[in-house]
Design a protein around this ligand. Structure first.
Ligand SMILES: Cc1ncc(C[n+]2csc(CCOP(=O)(O)OP(=O)(O)O)c2C)c(N)n1
Ligand SMILES: [Mg+2]
Length: 672
């Protein structure tokens, strides 16, 4: 290891008495500052912060910290195979526990390998502290060996970051880092510590003073805003709750359920909020957005009041922003004031923690109800629940009866593993099918990379979740492409006894990209064939699993799907990897093509929902851009961004989501 040669670390003197970090912490807690090294101070700080797991990989600059870490009986360090794995594992840990996930890496390439998970945690508001070693303070700025300005690099993707050059600062910085990462809108914080700070002597005492004068997140909502919001709710005819990941982060599911039952307002849960309200709830319309359900997308689009809770009007939800929910007033509650009116102007902005906002809204609405004031949403409710009935998310089995529909695998996995399992997706078609076809009944049962869309997230994040909660069944649902980015963490899982289960939805391609090539690039499949099942198996995932010491299973026929999942469910001592070889041409439907109005939702290629004017009070109002009152099939050219017309090869349209019944489908549609 050349970096060790350049930065030698003195070995502890043989036979030197080494008090355990716990002993040191105990005396520090008794408020007697004890003399330690900066590295010991770091480990003591982690212990004092009740960190039980750190995912990381050592190298020269961070090496001093790894020495006292070895003695800690409270902090378990899990040695990953790539620092990206450490970062995603810390995220998985944070999702599963609601606590701060911790990862650690050395300077330079170790730190830059953490950039992707830090960006991921930033986009999805995941509480995470990343600790990196840095070159000696005297070498900073000299292009020293393995020097990278990781503070500068991560400046736009961290909630805050610190450079520590003085060992005395370590306890305070660590306490502040954890406080910032976990309070307000959670997010990643980087602590970069120079090697000389880790090696020098300092006094450790705990607790340190937290001194953050400019950081006071508002958690308690303003009562006037709550009253205004409640008034808007009472006046609405077609309200909808737009539930985002903030509800999961604030652990507000119970309150939300109460609000829904009190008001009987229909709701949607975004990709980040799946499970915030059980999918089985009758007023749950599903997931909104580019691949959302017809009832969720149209429910938002047709509403006259959107109550956004911890959601951020992301482009994947709004589609073309200018035509999103044109008649809706907006109540926007978020703990981050920067989100409010960022994309869509709010009529009633509420800054606060979702749980507190919902609690206060309930109190206010109950007070109005006691005074005889209640909203009347009956007609709207029956309209949206009818949409939900008529346009369930479904799929057409592949033409070849021997082939496995990927959606079927997800449906069966959800049914067999059940709502108590945690499901951790990669990014691509399989992620969307996992969001659509597994029923989520529990908050935090769904973990995925929503904002950044990071391929390679699934296996390490599942590892982090399972390490945090060993009794829980944790399924990584991965694509054949994603799996090849981070499967090396299976070695970490095997060695550290973290028996995750992996379902590879193997369509032998970068499927989501291929879908866009099918739809928008004339089926010119430039660089999306992965050769993982069609024609060749490079690599053979079963052999790869075996090489890692996992159990590898392959499933190639629909009739074997259940038995294979059940077999995997029975293996709990080592990780299991199932290679589900699935139909390659399956596409994710419904779909709103990027950059167009959500009114243009298609339930299959070229196939729009057909709305009936008489039955449908909503259609009277605004479904019709042309004044006909009927939201009819769209001209194909209207559905695609300019210059991206679809092909009409019937093969590309084969076998995907069908309309639920004949009446719902557009008559004469060529793609049926
Ligand atoms: C790191 C990274 N590189 C590229 C992409 C772009 N991308 C999004 S989905 C996708 C295909 C993923 O393929 P696979 O894992 O096999 O999933 P599938 O869509 O086939 O289910 C790609 C390349 C990305 N999201 N992340
Ligand atoms: Mg694939």
């Amino acid at each position: 290891m050349s970096d060790m040669a350049t930065h030698p670390t003195p070995a502890p003197a043989a036979g030197a008495a080494r008090p355990s970090p716990s002993d040191v912490a105990a005396s520090a807690r008794a408020r007697t500052p004890v003399e330690v090294t900066g590295a010991q101070s770091l480990v003591l700080s982690l212990e004092a912060l009740e960190v039980d797991t750190v995912f990381g990989l050592p190298g020269g600059a961070i090496l001093p910290a790894y020495d006292p870490l070895m003695d800690s009986v409270k902090v378990r360090h899990i040695l990953v195979r790539h620092e990206q794995g450490a970062g995603h594992a810390a995220e998985g840990y944070a999702y599963e526990t609601g606590r701060v996930g911790v990862c650690m890496a050395t300077s330079g390439p170790g730190a830059t390998n953490l950039v992707t998970p830090i960006a991921d945690a930033w986009m999805d508001s995941v509480p995470m502290v990343a600790i990196t070693g840095q070159v000696n303070s005297t070498s900073i700025g000299t292009d020293a060996f393995q020097e990278a300005d990781i503070r500068g690099i991560t400046f736009p993707i961290t909630k805050h970051n610190f450079l520590v050059t003085d060992a005395a600062d370590i306890p305070q910085v660590m306490a502040e880092a954890f406080h910032i990462a976990s309070s307000g809108r959670p997010g990643p914080v980087l602590v970069d510590i120079t090697k000389d700070a880790l090696q020098s002597k300092t006094l450790f005492s705990w607790p340190p003073k937290i001194d953050l004068p400019g950081y006071r997140p508002v958690t308690k909502p303003h009562s006037k805003q709550i009253r205004e919001a409640a008034k808007l709710i009472l006046a609405a005819k077609q309200p909808i709750l737009y539930v985002g990941g903030g509800v999961i982060r604030s652990r507000a599911s119970e309150q939300l359920r109460k609000l829904v039952d009190l008001t009987e307002i229909p709701l949607v849960t975004t990709l980040m909020a799946r499970g915030a309200v059980p999918d089985s709830h009758p007023l749950h319309l599903g997931m909104p957005g580019m691949h959302g359900s017809v009832s969720a997308v149209t429910g938002l689009q047709q509403s006259d009041l959107i109550i956004a809770l911890g959601a951020r009007f992301d482009d994947r939800v709004t589609g073309q922003l200018s035509s999103f929910a044109p008649n809706a007033k907006i109540i926007h509650a978020d703990i981050d004031p920067a989100e409010i009116s960022k994309n869509r102007v709010a009529d009633v902005p509420i800054v606060g923690d979702c749980a507190a906002v919902i609690d206060d809204l309930i109190v206010q609405l109950e007070a109005f109800a006691a005074a005889g004031k209640k909203g009347d949403f009956d007609a709207w409710r029956s309209t949206v629940t009818r949409w939900k009935r008529e346009y369930p998310v479904g799929y057409t089995p592949p033409e070849n009866p021997e082939a496995i529909a990927p959606q079927y695998v997800l449906e069966r996995l959800g049914a067999i593993a059940g709502p108590e399992a945690t499901y951790v997706a990669g990014v691509g078609q399989h992620q969307m099918w996992a969001a659509q076809f597994v029923e989520y009944e529990r908050p935090n049962s769904w973990i995925n990379s929503g904002g950044l869309g990071t391929m390679g997230f699934s296996v390490p994040a599942a590892m982090g979740a399972k390490a945090a909660d060993p009794d829980r069944v944790v399924w990584a649902i991965d694509g054949d492409g994603c799996f090849q980015m981070t499967n090396q963490e299976l070695a970490t899982c095997v060695i550290n006894n973290i028996p995750i289960k992996v379902a590879i939805i193997n369509n032998s391609s970068l499927g989501m990209v291929r879908q866009w090539q099918s739809l928008f690039y004339n089926e010119r499949y430039s660089n999306t064939d992965l050769h993982t099942s069609v024609g060749s198996r490079v690599p053979d995932f079963v052999k790869l699993a075996d090489a890692y010491g996992c159990v590898g299973l392959r499933c190639e026929r629909p009739e074997d799907v259940d038995a294979t999942i059940r077999k995997a469910m029975e293996i709990n001592d080592v990780p299991v990897v199932i290679d589900f070889v699935v139909e390659r041409d399956a596409m994710v439907w419904p779909m709103v093509p990027a950059g167009v109005s959500n009114d243009a939702i298609q339930i299959a290629r070229g196939l729009s929902p057909k709305w009936d004017r008489e039955d449908d009070p909503a259609s009277e109002q605004d479904l019709d851009a042309d004044g006909s009152g009927v939201h009819h099939e769209m001209a194909e050219s209207a559905l695609y961004p300019e210059g991206m017309e679809p092909t009409d090869d019937p093969l590309a349209t084969r076998g995907h989501v069908a309309a639920p019944d004949d009446t719902a489908a557009t008559e004469g549609d060529e793609n049926r």
